[in-house]
Ligand binder design. Structure first.
Ligand code: ADP
Ligand code: MG
Length: 690
């Protein structure tokens, strides 16, 4: 390398990185040596765990240390296809190593040479074998690594290329400034930053790796929380329109509702109103299990806002939901002269133009629509409140963008975000750390509860009978499939909505009107299908998970989920929440189409609890936090280590974050704040690592 290596050096100058690899790295957001250093392995092969070959179980992934006994020579199968077999042994027995299309190995695997072979043990009729194991020569005096890092690569990048590129930037580890002050590092038994990073790439052992991860995750979480805090502060610096309850006749709004609010709803309303009365912008999360009645709470805030002479908007992740909200709000609010308009892309252009004009001249009070439509070139005359439904679909970043958009004449809108994804407390801090939380922990009275059954495919006959009976009694049923249509790579045994609907329509459910709903349909088609189902023109709706979010059809009493093993627990819980919304008893039938013991256990959790928070805890326990981060979709905050780290670190960083915030000017913390800025910037630009 001609120039001195710094973390800003472009990886273009690293030996072995040409045009194509540079482009591939760049696509993953890796452009500088510093980026590369932060590109941690996604996994490690524990090749140091060596077993005697006769002790390895069938299917076990392990290492064996073997000596070559004899080789069979390369056999050409046809064209360029060849197979090469070699018999190896250790003190416990013999086995075969099999390689396809690697004829060159014949030169290396000669009699008497020793290797560490890492792969999956297969025990077949003719004995033991490993197909295409990874080989490392055993040489006296050279210690083989216990862990071998595995990077996330796709062609033209290879493990080897990434590993060697990383190798050339590792010297940078010695020059990195510390983010955490030494005192905090020592108190929490953390490594130096550079040491941690080096170990993540080149772990010397199990404990060292664990410590390195802990160090990086700890730092990341501390930085993340400071970043959230800064964001919150920048929001709070803005002024909002303080609303008043005076002359709003809020009582008449509550009296006009077709039901009495639950205790939890009343509490939430109180908390929200207290926020709205201030001239600091509200940033509140309304979290409540499916069916807990978040919409009515939101409607009360919308009412207050409009009665104060301001406009409001309500955003939903799908057009179906937007339609539904429009209907509900009309029911709740139009008797008070409040004008709500829909704004979705499925509307004719002239219609959209009319609504937008009404929003900018103030004649429309509330806009209900999808996120994009309300934020893109929509001008409000005086927006004072934005409600965002099903928050888990929107990231913190988008929320911030929305806030920036809503800023007008120095005033920011209050923001209420609603989520039905129950998130364990520990995680909600990570995901919603910048929000105050109101919890709806009580379902409206009179709910019949949902009975959940786990059945297998062979019980289909009974399920069909059950659905027929329900439909005859005036109920409606959802049937959810994991796939839209069948194609060549449809895994065997997985149901596809299109073909299954057809099969049922022409078979067991002949004569019963059915609908089909999936994500590839046009928004207008989807709305139509949903409207038909809601109105009872169809009685059975076969769909993919697009119905997951927020859809409210009180007459629906049956939810059948095909291949339930394919879904996460939280998702199953969301789907289950589509029924049990009326006064009739509802049933959720989870149909197992395969899966192992572990998936059976997961489904049993669904059967045994209806509490969304418990389900989420179980999900977290069984799958780890990775999936929760995953649900937030790509482009959201990127954690290089935390997903694989330990969320208990949230509690451990608590006091540090407090301490740092109470002593902001202390130069000891300057690197921490710098890192928080970088974190926000990085996430603002959508750049992600790992
Ligand atoms: P979610 O919290 O899932 O968004 P919704 O707001 O869609 O729930 O409410 C679910 C259903 O419960 C709706 O049909 C709504 O009218 C009804 N509902 C809401 N609050 C109450 C209440 N306090 N008593 C009875 N029914 C209610
Ligand atoms: Mg809802």
């Amino acid at each position: 390398m001609a120039t001195r290596l710094t973390d800003k050096t472009s990886i273009r100058y690293i030996k072995g990185i040409g045009e194509a690899r540079y482009a591939a790295f760049s696509k993953m957001g890796i452009e500088t040596a510093g980026d590369l250093l932060g590109f941690y392995p996604r996994a490690y092969e524990e090749r140091g765990r060596v077993v005697r070959l006769n002790d390895a179980l069938d299917g076990e992934v392990c290492s064996v240390e073997v000596t070559v006994r004899e080789t069979s020579g390369v056999r050409i199968i046809r064209g360029k296809l060849s197979v090469f077999r070699t018999v190896v042994e250790d003190e416990s027995g013999v086995m075969e190593l099999v390689f396809f299309n690697m004829p060159f190995l014949a030169k290396t695997l000669t009699k008497g040479r020793r290797f560490r072979a890492y792969g999956r043990m297969k025990i077949g009729f003719y004995g033991r074998e490993m197909v295409s194991p990874k080989l490392e020569p055993i040489i006296k005096g050279v210690e083989l690594p216990y862990y071998v890092p595995i990077y996330k690569v796709s062609p033209p990048l290879t493990q080897k290329a990434v590993s060697s590129a990383v190798e050339s930037v590792l010297p940078l580890c010695d020059t990195l400034p510390e983010i955490l002050p030494e005192r905090i590092r020592k108190e929490n038994r953390l490594l130096k930053r550079g040491d941690a990073i080096r170990l993540l790439h080149r772990p010397s052992g199990k404990e060292e790796l664990a410590l390195a991860r802990r160090t990086q995750a700890f730092t990341e979480i501390a930085v993340f929380r400071l970043a959230l805090y800064s964001m919150r502060r920048s929001v709070e610096r803005g002024n909002a329109n303080g609303l008043t309850l005076k002359d709003c006749r809020i009582k008449s709004f509550f009296e006009a509702l077709p039901f009495e609010l639950t205790g939890a709803q009343k509490r939430a309303v109180k908390e929200i109103f207290a926020d709205l009365e201030k001239d600091i912008p509200m940033a509140r999360l309304l979290q409540g299990d499916v069916g807990s009645g978040k919409t009515a709470v939101a409607a009360s805030a919308l009412y207050l806002c409009v009665k104060n002479g301001y406009q409001a908007c309500m955003m939903a992740p799908t057009e179906i939901l937007a339609h539904q909200h429009k209907k509900t709000l009309d029911k709740f609010l139009s008797p008070f002269g409040i004008r709500t308009e829909l704004l979705i892309s499925g509307m004719p252009a002239a219609e959209k133009k009319r609504v937008r004009a009404g929003l900018s001249d103030g004649s429309v009070d509330i806009a209900v629509g999808t996120h994009a439509l309300i934020t893109d070139n929509t001008e409000f005359k005086n927006l004072a409140l934005a409600v965002v439904d099903e928050q888990h679909r929107f990231g913190v970043r988008q929320r911030k963008r929305l806030l920036d958009k809503s800023e007008k004449g120095g005033k920011r809108a209050h923001m209420l975000v609603m989520s039905a994804t129950p998130i364990p407390r520990s995680l909600s801090l990570i995901i919603f750390g910048d929000l105050d939380v109101s919890l709806l922990d009580e379902l409206p009275k009179g709910r019949q509860g949902i009975e959940t059954r786990v059945v297998s495919k062979k019980d289909a006959g009974e399920i069909y009978d059950f659905i027929k009976n329900e439909v005859a009694a005036g109920g409606r049923a959802y049937i959810v499939c994991p796939l839209i249509e069948e194609n060549e790579d449809t895994p065997e045994g997985k149901r596809a909505a299109e073909s299954y609907k057809e099969e049922l329509e022409n078979g067991v459910f002949e004569g019963i009107p059915m609908g089909l709903l999936h994500g590839k349909m046009k928004p207008s088609e989807k709305s139509e299908v949903m409207a038909d189902f809601a109105a009872g023109r169809t009685s059975i709706l076969v769909s993919t998970t697009v119905i997951e979010v927020g859809v409210d059809v009180p007459e629906a009493t049956v939810m059948v989920i095909e291949n339930a093993e394919c879904f996460g627990l939280s998702q199953l819980h969301q789907l289950r929440g589509r029924v049990g919304r009326g006064n009739r008893k509802s049933v959720c039938i989870l149909v197992r189409g395969g899966g192992n013991d572990e998936s059976a256990e997961r489904l049993a959790v669904m059967r045994d609890t209806s509490d969304g928070f418990k389900v989420a805890e179980a999900d977290l326990e069984k799958r780890g936090p990775g999936d929760f981060f995953g649900e937030r979709q790509s482009g959201e905050f990127s954690f290089a280590c935390t997903a694989i780290g330990d969320i208990s670190l949230l509690a451990e960083t608590e006091s540090i974050v407090k301490e740092v915030l109470s002593d902001r000017e202390n130069p000891e913390y300057s690197e921490l704040f710098k890192a928080a800025d970088v974190f926000l910037e990085r996430n603002e630009s959508g750049k992600t690592v790992n």
